[in-house]
Design a protein around this ligand. Sequence first.
Ligand SMILES: [Zn+2]
Length: 237
Amino acid sequence: MNQYQLNEKAMEFRSEIDISHFDPIDFFPLITHKIKDLTIVFLDMDSDISGACCKFDSQKIIFINSNHSKGRQTFTAAHEIYHLSCEDEQFTICNLNNADEIERTADAFASFLLIPTPALYKYKKENNIEKWNLDNIIECEQYYQISHEALLFRLKNAGDISNDEYDEYKPNVKQNALRRGYDTSLYEPYISKNYTIGNYARLVGEVFEKDLISKARKDEYLLDAFLSDLVYDMEDL
Ligand SMILES: [Zn+2]
């Protein structure tokens, strides 16, 4: 698939989940709401592994490295969506430095999913951007909640910034964002511990309600997924 086709594919995916081609996405709440059979597990993994995914029966699971920044975690989730929706593999592990064709394709899909090409053109026009610089790059990544590196890479690939500019704009993004009045949540983990969001808790609740499992088994399943908050009533604390 070429870049044009991948962008089309990413926009099709946005349409399937009723998201316009232009809007920024509050990614994790949105996909766990829109993709009903999806569970996302945040896990403490080696830093060179960005994530993994698997599918079986009607269920899909995405694993995300809990040590990475929110921008990176979001990008990984979008990348894993490519594996889950466009490939037949049942289980895939994604390494940050793996440059093989499938990984690069999944990265390009993720980039287009977070900012479809028409959205980037529109953003550029509406913000009167003639030349990308660190100011408007940080504004854009904050607006679309895409990682600094992913946006720089996208702009470099499109020929909008040079290799030298890429190297110049890359470091110290937290300080550079703070100085421009942004908080740094994009550059810190969205969830920084072992934790599970999405369909899993709903499924466990359902089988318990149907009396298919005991309370003890339900608690065991929730603890398996790091959901101690649901086992020990945290609201009483
Ligand atoms: Zn991958």
